[in-house]
Design a protein around this ligand. Structure first.
Ligand code: SAH
Ligand code: SF4
Length: 420
C-alpha cells in the first residue's frame, strides 16, 4: 500500500551534523586524532551550533582542512526562503544538501492560555514554574531584569516558541484533506536533517538553550512513524546533545500501529498525538485510507500500551471537516471511543488548500462539538490556526514558494547565522 521510500541513510554520511558522539569519536580516530578532538567536534556541532568547519576554532587549521579534503561538511539544512505571517508565525523553506526541500514553521508565542500550536503538552509544566500571566506583565518583568541574562525570546516579550518540523520530503499516507499528501513521498529525512531544521531555526533567532523555552512538534511534512529510526535518533540528538527535553516535544502520527507499539518501549519519548480525525472506521477510511490497514480499535489498543507520566495524557487530534465528521453524532462516537482513557482532544478546524474538496465546518458546529466533549468530561481544545495566510498552518505545508496573492506576508531574506 505504501510506496517504497528511498533510503538516504544507506548512503555514505559525509555530513557531520547528525552523527552521534561515538560515531564522531570513531571518525576522529580514523583521521589519526585523539578522542578529545571528537568531544570538541561534538560540542562545536551541538552546543556551539556551528554552520561551517571554519568555525571549529579549537581545531588546528590543518585538521579542519583534513576534514574538508575528506569531503566532510557540517551539512545543516539551510533556510532558503522565509515568509512571516501577520500572527508572527514564520514559515521556512529548508534546503537539504542534495537540494531537496521541506518546510519548517516557527511559532513565537506569548500567551500561555492558548492551545494554539500542538505543543500545549508542556503548558502544565509552565504553570508549575509560575510562569502564568499575560504578555505585557511578562514584558515588564523582563524589562526590570538585566536583559543580558535573559534569552532571546524573553527579550522580545515571548515566553516560549514552538518549532514545527518535517520528517519526510512529502508523505505517503494520502490523507484526503492534507496538502502534503498531494506531493507523494520523495524521501525520508535523516536524523541530522530532522534535528538540523531545529538548529537552523534556533540559529536564526539567536535562541539560547537553557534560557529560552522551546517546544518542538513533529507535525510538519511527512509521517514520522514511517521514518521511525531516524525520527527516534533525531530525538536523541535533540534531547541529549542539543538540550531540549523530551517533555517539550510532541510527535503526531496518522496511526502506524506497529510503530506506536515500538514507541511505547522507547527510553526517550516525546508526547504522542494521534490523528484520529473521524469517529468511526467508515468515515476514517474515507478521509484517511490508511485506516484500511490499521483500524481505530487497533490504534487505540496500541496507544494504551504507552506508559503515561504523572502529568501526561494522550492527545487525539481531530480535524473538523464540514458535514463529514463534525456533527453531534460524531462527538458522541468520539466520547464512546475514548471513554476511560487519559486523553484530551485537539479540535483542528480544517485549513483549506488548493485542489482539496472539503469545506470548513460551521463555527456553530465547532462550538457544539467542543461543548459536547467538555460537558462529558473530556478536555477539548480548539487549535488556533497559525500562519494560515502564509500557508503555514496544519496540513498546508507543501514545499512550495507559491503563496496566495491576497496573503499578508513579508518575504524576508535568509538571516545570517545568529547564535546564542
Ligand atoms: N503526519 C502526521 C503529522 C503531520 S500532520 C499526522 O498526520 O499526524 C499534523 C496534523 O495536521 C495532523 O493531525 C493532521 O490530521 C492535521 N492536518 C492535516 N491536514 C490538515 C488540514 N488541511 N487542516 C487542518 N489540519 C490538518
Ligand atoms: Fe501525511 Fe499527516 Fe498529511 Fe496524512 S495528515 S498525508 S500522514 S502529513
Amino acid at each position: 500500500m505504501l510506496k517504497k521510500i528511498k533510503d538516504v541513510t544507506a548512503e555514505p554520511q559525509k555530513r557531520l551534523f547528525g552523527l552521534l558522539p561515538e560515531e564522531i569519536k570513531t571518525l576522529m580516530g580514523d583521521l589519526g586524532q585523539k578522542s578529545y578532538r571528537g568531544v570538541q567536534l561534538t560540542q562545536a556541532l551541538y552546543n556551539q551550533r556551528i554552520i561551517g568547519l571554519e568555525e571549529i576554532t579549537v581545531f588546528p587549521a590543518a585538521l579542519r582542512e583534513d576534514l574538508a579534503n575528506a569531503g566532510y561538511t557540517v551539512g545543516l539544512p539551510e533556510i532558503v526562503q522565509a515568509a512571516r505571517s501577520v500572527d508572527g508565525t514564520e514559515r521556512y523553506l529548508m534546503r537539504m544538501s542534495d537540494g531537496e526541500t521541506v518546510e519548517t514553521v516557527w511559532m513565537p508565542d506569548g500567551d500561555g492560555g492558548e492551545r494554539g500550536d500542538g505543543s500545549e503538552a508542556s503548558l502544565e509544566e509552565e504553570a508549575l514554574d509560575g510562569l502564568e500571566g499575560n504578555i505585557s506583565e511578562f514584558g515588564q518583568a523582563a524589562g526590570k531584569r538585566d536583559l543580558r541574562n535573559v534569552g532571546a525570546l524573553e527579550q522580545k516579550g515571548y515566553r516560549r516558541a514552538t518549532i514545527c518540523i518535517s520528517s519526510q520530503v512529502g508523505c505517503a499516507v494520502n490523507c484526503q484533506f492534507c496538502l502534503t499528501a498531494k506531493l507523494g513521498i520523495k524521501r525520508n529525512l535523516t536524523a541530522g536533517e530532522i534535528a538540523g531544521q531545529v538548529v537552523a531555526v534556533l540559529n536564526r533567532h539567536g535562541i539560547k538553550i537553557g534560557k529560552d523555552r522551546i517546544n518542538l512538534v513533529f507535525m510538519g511534512m511527512g509521517e514520522p512513524f514511517l521514518n521511525y529510526d531516524e525520527f527516534i535518533r533525531s530525538v536523541e540528538l535533540l534531547v541529549r546533545h542539543i538540550g531540549i527535553p523530551e517533555s517539550r516535544m510532541t510527535v503526531s502520527t496518522s496511526g502506524i500501529e506497529p510503530a506506536i507499539r515500538a514507541f511505547a518501549q522507547e527510553p526517550l519519548r516525546p508526547k504522542l498525538a494521534l490523528s484520529l480525525n473521524a469517529s468511526n472506521d467508515l468515515v476514517r477510511e474515507q478521509v484517511m485510507p490508511i485506516t484500511r490497514k490499521w483500524n481505530i480499535a487497533q490504534l487505540l489498543d496500541a496507544v494504551q500500551t504507552i506508559p503515561l507520566g504523572k502529568r501526561e495524557w494522550v492527545t487525539f487530534e481531530y480535524v473538523l471537516l464540514g458535514g463529514v465528521n463534525d456533527q453531534p453524532e460524531h462527538a458522541r462516537e468520539v466520547l464512546d471511543l475514548l471513554k476511560g482513557m487519559r486523553a484530551k482532544v485537539n479540535l483542528i478546524v480544517w485549513n483549506p488548500g488548493p485542489g482539496i474538496a472539503y469545506t470548513q465546518p460551521k463555527p456553530e458546529d465547532v462550538a457544539i462539538f467542543q461543548k459536547m466533549l467538555i460537558d462529558a468530561g473530556m478536555p477539548a481544545y480548539i487549535r488556533r490556526p497559525r500562519g494560515r495566510d502564509i500557508y503555514a498552518a496544519c496540513g498546508q505545508l507543501k514545499r512550495t514558494v507559491d503563496l496566495p496573492e491576497a496573503a499578508a506576508l513579508v518575504e524576508i531574506a535568509p538571516a545570517a547565522s545568529r547564535r546564542g
